[in-house]
Design a protein. Structure first.
Length: 454
């Protein structure tokens, strides 16, 4: 079968991408995505494919490959995969994180689920269409992008802002989605149609300096900052329990009583506390603006009461929540007694440009329908459910332009959903070959349907 040959190609390409170790440490000098960009260039090179490489900084290369359709007015599909990965702590792993080894039907290594599995399967599907000389009405663009793991400034954002002509498209498929759950009512498959935003804040706290030997009644910036940390943790940012959240609960197979409680604003907090911690965490984030105070610094001398402290809070917003809402809620949580000592600012520079705004795409599109039909080829009768991811992806740059972008893929039933999520940026990241096969087939099936539905 052709799909077995293609699956073998996806496995080999995934192994090679993992071994290239394009580790994004968050610095401009890290990443070295040129290694994966050159490898992919070599893989998809063909006289009928237009390839462009963009390298805004040394080593930070992204690749755009375009295969023309027959009708210049037909919609263009972009398959986007990032080529960078996050660092590892190797001691936590049972296998070499950079080995890309195939062990008992699983490919091991950093990037195996985030997202070199998708990047490799997309390249193989793209190459298959090109080499079989199949022409669809619309162009197919393969976009292998750097720097997703640090906000996209040197990757997707750079190419979209500076070379829109090269990347121009009408629909985008990228990470991540396609997690199936089996239930008595059949299989449910989650795809991503939206993501949370990031609105990290720096909270600067002023106090009065004094001698550390006489702390009684002191106006310590650190003590006030510590009180603020506790207030932030105790504050309820309020649940948003919309349709997408309800669908997520359905897909999780929770019993009806639990679902009803989780959908009731008055009872959701108590209901979360009864769930397994991993699940509770995820459901909390899918239904609330989240605040995580992660860095607190103050003082530099052991015998001086500090007059300044700084607190960094990682904040993730839901679609419909903006920066003004974040600041209003923070002021309320901090309280009138402490607010006079406090200044709140965005944590990341250039928030207008690189802000992780919450974003979502309508599912009322031919691409969604093509995904639905294709997934039902693999899982007959499956319900395909739109869901929200709690982190940020490069989708937002396209959604800002009004272009529908979905997180897709297709996994086997062998990986429980919770376990799958723990592999993202975690230890022992790996993917089974069946999932690579399903995902490779998915891209081919979607392309076969999209232009008939468009
Ligand atoms: Zn990713």
């Amino acid at each position: 079968m052709a799909i077995d040959r293609l699956t073998g190609e996806t496995v080999e390409l995934l192994q090679a991408l993992i071994r290239n170790q394009c580790v994004n440490e968050g610095t401009a000098e890290s990443g070295h995505e040129i290694r994966n960009a050159e490898l992919l260039h070599h893989e998809i090179e063909h006289p009928d494919v237009e390839v462009q490489l963009f390298e805004p900084l040394p080593g930070r290369a992204s690749l755009v490959a375009r295969y023309h359709g027959t009708d210049p007015d037909a919609p263009v599909l972009c398959l986007m995969g990032h080529t960078d990965v996050v660092p590892v702590t190797a001691d936590g792993w049972r296998q070499d994180p950079w080995g890309g080894e195939l062990i008992n039907g699983e490919v091991w290594g950093r990037g195996a689920v985030d997202m070199l599995n998708v990047t490799s399967s997309m390249a193989v599907a793209f190459r298959e269409i090109v080499s079989s000389k199949k022409r669809y009405p619309g162009d197919i663009v393969y976009f292998a992008v750097a720097d997703e793991e640090h906000g996209g400034e040197h990757g997707a954002a750079y190419v979209i802002d500076n070379h829109w002509e090269a990347i121009k498209c009408d629909y985008v498929l990228t990470e991540y989605g396609g997690t199936p759950t089996a239930s008595p009512d059949g299989v449910m498959v989650l795809l991503t149609s939206g993501e949370k935003g990031g609105a990290a804040r720096r909270i600067k706290v002023r106090g009065t300096p004094g001698h550390g030997s006489m702390p009684y009644g002191a106006d310590s910036a650190l003590v006030k900052a510590a009180a603020i940390v506790q207030r932030l943790v105790d504050f309820d940012t309020g649940p948003r329990l919309g349709e997408m959240f309800a669908n997520r609960l359905k897909a999780l197979n929770l019993d009806e009583e639990m679902q009803a409680r989780l959908l009731d604003p008055a009872r959701v907090r108590d209901a979360l506390a009864e769930l397994p911690p991993g699940l509770a965490k995820n459901l909390h984030s899918c239904s609330h603006m989240s605040w995580s105070p992660n860095i607190l610094s103050s003082g530099d001398k052991a015998n001086v009461i500090p007059d300044y402290a700084e607190l960094m809070v990682d904040i993730r917003t839901l679609p419909g929540q903006d920066g003004a809402m974040v600041d209003d809620m923070l002021r309320e949580a901090i309280g009138d007694d402490l607010m006079p000592s406090v200044v709140i600012e965005p944590y990341f520079p250039n928030p207008e440009k690189f802000a992780l705004d919450p974003s979502s795409s309508s599912t009322n599109t031919p691409l969604w329908e093509a995904l639905e039909q294709s997934i039902q080829m693999a899982y007959p009768g499956a319900a395909v459910v739109p869901s929200l991811v709690t982190g940020g992806t490069d989708s937002r740059f396209f959604r800002r332009k009004g272009i529908p972008a979905y997180g897709a893929g297709l996994l086997s039933l062998d990986i429980p959903m919770d376990e799958f999520q723990n592999r993202f940026h975690g230890y022992n990241e790996r993917i089974d070959v069946d999932s690579l096969k399903l995902t490779t087939q998915l891209w081919l099936d979607v392309m076969d349907r999209l232009w008939e539905l468009a």
